[in-house]
Design a protein around this ligand. Structure first.
Ligand SMILES: [Fe+2]
Ligand SMILES: [Fe+2]
Length: 296
């Protein structure tokens, strides 16, 4: 904005953003809102006993990691927010209200202060965000918005590194305590992995999160199949099939986990078939205050 050419450059950015359909915009906004609730996630990291930052400037590896991770994640929300602000197609007031409500509401992924549970959760979630940003970037390319494409690809690259880090933590846990990790992983997979922005609201639309998630699923940005694929990736990444040193309870959990991706995939395919049928019939389009009440 300090360049003499700022006006032309913003104009160009806006012209390029014009080709992006509303439904893609809604998914990008939802992803941005999720990134902007970063204080909640740093709070979560600091609940993991033994891996926290008790003073705020603690010099342990865990504390340095959590501050470094947070500072990098902070760029994601900032970048997406600036792009959407300059693009001029969103109701930034409604979006900022959503962010404020989301941070106020918080979220509970069921980590129970336990680093094992926490790192299984973050291993899953970083991969989910990588997939989501990556797919939105591809849509940016399809609709000719190279700014959006580059921004999302860059963020997906960061998420990919985060995913590797958390999955490496879990690999190390498995080396030291395979039974402990099997028990936690099995228990978490029996429930649903909670999405970080599940409690989002713009103060008006009671079903905002559901509506956003439905559009993401419809566009193929993040679907039930992705959920199954992430579990499959983790089972493979942590080489569950070949883990040694399991007791009978651990063996049981391992067998359960190894069969899970196939089961989830079947369920996902069935539920997605149903969704397609509904869309063809009468799924009403939803209005989003984020885009001035336009429906998609
Ligand atoms: Fe992020
Ligand atoms: Fe991340």
């Amino acid at each position: 904005m300090t360049k003499d050419s700022w006006y032309e450059e913003v104009k160009e950015l806006r012209e390029m953003a014009e080709g992006v359909p509303d439904e893609v915009l809604v998914v990008l906004i939802g992803d941005m809102v999720t990134e902007e609730a970063l204080p909640t996630y740093q709070t979560l990291l600091n609940t993991f006993e033994g891996c926290d930052d008790p003073t705020g400037t603690t010099d342990s590896a865990w504390a340095r990691w959590s501050r470094g991770w947070t500072s990098e994640e902070n760029r994601h929300g900032d970048l997406l927010n600036k792009y959407l602000y300059l693009g001029g197609r969103c109701d930034m007031h409604s979006i900022e209200v959503t962010i404020q409500h989301l941070i106020t509401s918080g979220f509970n992924p069921g980590a129970e202060k336990d680093p094992y549970r926490g790192f299984v959760y973050t291993s899953f979630q970083e991969r989910a965000t990588k997939i989501s940003h990556g797919n939105v970037g591809k849509l940016g390319k399809i609709y000719g918005d190279t700014n959006m494409q580059k921004i999302c690809a860059k963020i997906a690259g960061d998420e990919s590194r985060h995913e590797k880090a958390y999955q490496t933590f879990v690999t190390e846990i498995i080396k030291r305590d395979p039974n402990g990790l099997m028990s936690v992983f099995g228990d978490m997979m029996r429930g649903q992995i909670v999405m970080p922005a599940e409690l989002m609201t713009d103060g008006k639309d009671a079903e905002l999160y559901e509506n956003f998630a439905n559009v993401a699923q419809r566009l193929g940005v993040y679907t039930a199949i992705d959920y199954a694929d992430i579990i499959q990736h983790l089972v493979k990444q942590w080489d569950l099939e070949n883990i040694e040193g399991l007791d009978s309870e651990g063996e049981k959990e391992r067998d359960y986990l190894c069969k899970l991706p196939k089961r989830y995939r079947k369920l996902a395919e069935r539920s997605m078939n149903k969704t397609v049928k509904c869309t063809e019939d009468v799924v009403p389009t939803k209005k989003f205050n984020w885009i001035h009440g336009r429906a998609c």
